[in-house]
Write a protein that binds this ligand. Structure first.
Ligand SMILES: Cc1cc2nc3c(=O)[nH]c(=O)nc-3n(C[C@H](O)[C@H](O)[C@H](O)COP(=O)(O)O)c2cc1C
Length: 343
């Protein structure tokens, strides 16, 4: 029996449109470098995420032929295939967009929200919010390079003195972007404080294209509040989906007024195992094991939060293990029993 067969998105009626793409449900998986690998995206989509973005692919030459960069470009059946690119040179962005299109991308997202100095130092990511003319030129070059729709992900602004997301979104719309996502923090906040969902509303009111609200959405109650305060079309979920790729779909179902039952233990186990095995396949055993550790730790920690018994010793071994058999055995036992409450 296909364990995943019950997870369809048929309850998520009322599609909305981004460019030519019809999306089901109002919850998207955020692009996260080192996290939203192909396996994570496939699982999130299968569980009902409207869209799952790839990890960021740098548009400069250095990243071009690296195996990992290629893996990030691949959709391998995950559809719609949404690839995020980052860079600060219009010609390179155009080239990256063409490469993504050749790799089967159906949507290209431009990263104008990443606060990392590694990215902003190269005047890409959120640094572009300090240079809207360059940001606009990058969007224009990307839109013209391919036939596929282009979206832009940004923050509220560089800092609280420059909340220019509405202006950047207007320029993006003017150049033909079909959607923008706004993380409700400024660049200078990095991940500190709380995302300001109400502040996203100024961008919603500035454009006609759909705006997606992002930042600190952990559950359906957050998502509802986020939509109410921002007026956004949909929510995007990042960190909270780690260790629970079904979360985005859970939230989409709740928002659609069709809440579903808690994902069964055997389905959780099948998802975590599939994730692990796909990483081994895609990256090879040694690198795959290392790459999988943050996911494995997150599956274990989320299982504990959800009331399953998680052996602390095995949890520690899990993030050190060099042996796939040990990991498989841990995953086999994960979600097997509820936690015994202390008497
Ligand atoms: C580990 C990690 C990697 C990230 N990588 C990217 C990225 O490649 N591109 C991007 O636009 N945002 C990236 N982000 C930001 C997220 O997409 C999202 O905007 C942010 O985490 C806020 O949403 P959340 O509170 O739901 O996690 C990353 C975030 C994290 C935690």
């Amino acid at each position: 029996m296909n364990l995943f067969a019950q997870q369809t998105c048929s309850d998520l009626a009322d599609p909305w449109h981004v460019g030519g793409l019809a999306l089901q449900g109002r919850a998207l998986l955020a692009p996260m470098a080192g996290i939203t690998d192909l396996a994570m995206r496939r699982l999130a989509r299968r569980f009902g995420a409207a869209l799952a973005f790839s990890e960021m692919v740098a548009s400069d030459e250095r990243g071009r032929d690296r195996r990992e960069s290629l893996l990030r470009l691949q959709g391998d059946g995950v559809t719609p295939h949404a690839v995020q690119i980052a860079g600060c040179d219009p010609a390179q962005m155009a080239e990256a967009a063409r490469r993504a299109e050749q790799a089967g991308a159906e949507l290209i997202d431009i990263n104008m929200g990443c606060p990392a100095r590694r990215v902003t130092g190269g005047a890409a990511g959120s640094a572009l919010m300090r240079d809207l003319d360059l940001a606009q030129a990058l969007i224009a070059a990307t839109v013209r390079a391919t036939k596929i729709p282009v979206s832009v992900k940004m923050r509220l602004g560089w800092d609280h003195d420059a909340l220019n997301a509405p202006e950047l979104a207007r320029r993006a719309e003017g150049e033909g972007a079909v959607m923008v996502t706004v993380h409700g923090r400024t660049r200078n906040q990095f991940y500190k404080g709380e995302a300001d969902w109400a502040a996203i509303r100024a961008t919603v009111e500035a454009v006609k294209i759909p705006v997606v609200a992002n930042g600190d959405c952990r559950n359906a109650a957050d998502a509802r509040k986020m939509l109410a305060l921002s007026g956004a079309k949909a929510v995007m979920i990042g960190r909270a989906a780690l260790g629970q790729p079904w979360l985005v779909g859970d939230i989409a179902h709740e928002l659609a007024g069709a809440p579903r039952a808690k994902i069964a233990a055997e389905l959780r186990r099948a998802a975590a195992s599939e994730h692990f095995e796909t990483l081994l396949q895609n990256f090879g055993e040694s690198h795959g094991l290392r790459h999988s550790r943050k996911h494995l730790a997150a599956y274990a920690d989320q299982a504990a939060r959800d009331g399953f018994a998680v052996d602390p010793h095995a949890r520690r071994r899990l993030v050190e293990s060099e042996d796939p058999r040990e990991v498989r055995s841990f995953l086999h036992n994960l979600y097997a029993a509820p936690r015994k409450e202390a008497a």
